[in-house]
Write a protein that binds this ligand. Structure first.
Ligand code: 3H9
Length: 691
């Protein structure tokens, strides 16, 4: 029974029970309508609506969204709840998200546990709330806060929800007991004031203008995602129109967005992230003490990300000076978080104090997991792993943060290759969500399962990769950057290429990224590569810039010039360096349109990604998309490079074939053939019906 009905005294308790998160499918929607009808009988004075397990209701069932809507629709459910002549009290433990919060808003009173969370995350799925959320929320709380919540999908904790008026009480006893108590005391109370759809909003004189400003900012930040701007328009509508008009507009926009390509892409990435986080069936070991070797930018960031999850860390450096610098960096970062109101002083202190510095390995003897983030050379890794092998517990997991080196070779210097794997963090490691977990040839399944559980516990989006140069993400990036370099040689300027790709939605263009990370870094990397491992023509301009001392932001000149840390135009010297490279490779420049720039760079990454799947380095195309979206600034609303290529269908494949036949032979020839890409998978199928 998906919505249980129990009468306790004269109170009807409706309990939504659809594990694991009580998402609402047709069966629960029908169950709620039946439950409210039951509440109309004479033996009931009030109704408590709650969820079974750890969630209240996590929203509509997203798996239904690819299907035609089936009645009863969620709007009908919420109108039925609100119209109940008996008071309905939402008793909220855990998540009240999306349609779940919309149900709670239709109830006449809201009671929550201290750990509950409230949000409308629909825009993160490319849609807007579709059951009155954009119209009821601004009638209950400050409309600007409501607009921010719907635009960003950010959730509130119970204390903030109480402060802002979103809920009426936080339970000071077990929630079921508290709910019954409130329900009894509310029996027979008039409800007109409590029906949000009947409330008039009296916006402040500046509200509409403020919302217009918020919308302009949001649209700029959204990199082409449509839903956040639409959500703010709907909140503005709530301030200017009667409820019925606003809610009709909301439903129309919800249905339109739900069938669009951005929603399909975002659903794909939602499910792909959850698939990627699943691992072997083995039970993970518990990780209660972590060691980090190296207190540079990467090591310090990793230590913080572990401390942020409440796990104590020992941070090891070779010298007191290097250790001091690392600990200072950490103290500064926590200080900034406090200054920006992201953390309280107490929490920041607690986290900082859970990181213990050391200049020797002794304190690592008890660690469950040790993550090495030292210099990126095999000699250094070799020495560290031999020492760790001698000191670490025999069941401790030894991980390396290497970006490129051979994990099997690192594992081989230890007596326990089955306990060794890669944990490839992205910088800044305490902020970036992606974590590539690199399994070696001999990595034990329990070790892999433990790494996946550790990643989730520390708030990361994990993806398992096999061993190859660059694993998943950096290998795709190489293909992407190669194409950008060739486009430069063939006639486009750095800013034309960067603009085409940021217009597509990439967080930054490839040349702005090169300037940021230092053009010399890639240059050094190429020098260490075997001849033939990269396309010299694609990087000749980069090499030319390095020989002129133009290294990017750190020298204030790279592909661009910088003044006070901001771009101050293109570097005019690039043209001469490009001209010399064109001469060397006998390339005549031509005009290149933005469409070609986007297709070549994105399809190059997608084609490399498909090859990575074919080689078994990534388990599935969705994993590749998750990596590029979470680690490389690919626009989430386009679903990832492989999803995007699939969406372009035969036209995309034809373009790949066309470019493959051009100069500088490229990509994996079989990717361009029909059938090389499977049809898009946008979540799992289900026999339930749509909201
Ligand atoms: C909406 O409500 C629209 C309405 O406005 C209008 C309608 C008319 N549906 O994340 P986890 C699955 S839009 C279906 O690993 P956690 C998930 O796939 C919705 N399935 O757990 C996974 O399945 P599996 C607005 C869902 O504890 C399992 O549950 N709501 C849904 O780390 C566990 O998930 C949202 O956007 C769903 N709604 O986090 C909330 N949610 O085991 C989306 C989860 O087979 N959900 N699943 O891989 C979340 O943010 C997190 O799941 C949550 C729990 C925080 C709830």
């Amino acid at each position: 029974m998906p919505v249980h009905q129990d009468i306790i005294g004269r109170i009807l308790v409706l309990r939504v029970d659809n594990p694991p998160v009580n998402a609402l499918s047709k069966i629960e929607r029908r169950g709620l309508i039946e439950g409210i009808a039951r509440g109309a009988s004479d033996d009931v004075d009030a109704i408590v609506l709650t969820g079974a397990g750890a969630s209240f209701i996590a929203g509509a069932d997203i798996r239904e969204f690819g299907k035609p809507p089936e009645p009863p629709h969620l709007p009908e459910v919420v109108e039925t709840i609100e119209a109940s002549a008996k008071p309905v009290i939402a008793a909220i433990a855990g998540q009240a998200l999306g349609g779940g919060l919309e149900v709670a808003l239709a109830c006449h009173y809201r009671l929550a546990e201290a750990g509950a969370r409230f949000g409308l995350p629909e825009t993160t799925l490319g849609i807007v709330p579709g059951a009155g959320g954009t119209q009821r929320l601004p009638r209950l709380i400050d409309p600007m806060l409501a607009a921010d919540m719907v635009a960003t999908g950010k959730s509130l904790d119970a204390a903030s929800a109480l402060r802002t008026g979103l809920i009426d009480w936080i339970a000071d006893q077990p929630i079921d007991v508290a709910a019954l108590g409130h329900a009894r005391s509310l029996a027979g109370q008039p409800l007109d004031e409590r029906r949000l759809s009947e409330r008039n909003v009296e916006p402040s004189p500046d509200a509409i203008e403020d919302l217009a400003l918020l919308k302009a900012e949001t649209v700029k930040k959204s990199r082409g995602a449509i839903a956040p701007g639409v959500a703010i328009d709907l909140v503005a509508k709530a301030l200017q129109s009667p409820y019925d008009v606003g809610v009709a507009e909301e439903r129309a926009r919800f249905l339109e967005l739900r069938s669009g390509s951005q929603a399909a892409a975002l659903r794909h990435i939602f499910f792909a992230e959850r698939e990627a986080a699943k691992g072997p069936a083995e039970a993970p070991r518990s990780i209660e003490r972590v060691g980090v070797i190296g207190a540079g930018t990467m090591g310090a960031g990793i230590a913080m990300s572990v401390a942020d999850a409440g796990i104590p860390v020992v941070l090891v450096e070779q010298t007191e000076a290097a250790l001091g610098a690392g600990l200072d960096r950490i103290a500064r970062a926590y200080g900034e978080a406090v200054a920006r109101n992201r953390l309280s002083n107490d929490v920041a202190d607690e986290r900082r104090n859970s990181i213990t510095g050391a200049t020797g390995y002794d304190l690592l003897a008890n660690a469950d997991l040790i993550i090495e983030a030292a210099f990126e050379t095999m000699d250094v890794k070799d020495a560290i792993f031999k020492s760790l092998d001698a000191i670490a517990r025999s069941d401790a997991i030894l991980a390396t943060n290497t970006s490129y080196l051979d994990i099997d070779a690192i594992a081989a210097v230890t007596s326990r290759p089955s306990q060794v794997l890669g944990l490839h963090y992205f910088s800044p490691a305490n902020v970036m969500k992606l974590l590539e977990i690199v399994r070696g040839r001999e990595t034990d399944p329990t070790v892999l399962a433990t790494a996946l559980a550790f990643a989730r516990r520390t708030g990361k989006v994990p993806v398992v990769a096999g061993v190859c140069h660059g694993f998943i993400g950096n290998r795709m990036l190489r293909a992407y950057n190669r194409e950008a370099g060739l486009l430069l040689l063939e006639g486009a300027t750095p800013s034309q290429i960067d603009t085409a790709l940021t217009d597509f939605g990439m967080a930054m263009g490839p040349f702005a990224v090169a300037d940021l990370s230092g053009i010399d870094i890639g240059h050094k990397g190429r020098q260490a590569m075997e001849p033939g491992a990269y396309e010299p023509a694609a990087f000749r301009v980069h090499d030319g810039l390095v020989s002129c001392g133009f290294l990017g932001r750190k020298t204030a000149v790279g592909f661009y010039r910088y003044a006070s840390g901001k771009v101050d135009g293109e570097n005019a010297d690039v043209a001469d360096i490009v001209a010399a490279a064109r001469k060397e490779f006998a390339v005549s420049p031509r005009s290149i349109d933005p469409e070609e720039i986007v297709e070549r760079c994105i399809f190059a990454a997608a084609a490399e990604g498909l090859q990575i799947v074919k080689e078994g380095i990534a388990a599935r195309p969705g994993d590749v998309d998750v990596v590029y979206v979470n680690g490389y600034g690919f626009p989430r609303h386009r679903g990832g490079p492989i999803f995007y290529l699939r969406e372009t269908g035969e036209a995309g494949l034809a373009a790949i074939r066309r470019y493959a036949a051009g100069p500088f032979g490229r990509w994996w020839p079989d990717v361009g053939h029909p059938g090389a890409i499977e049809p898009p998978g946008i979540g799992k199928s289900t026999d339930k019906d749509a909201a």
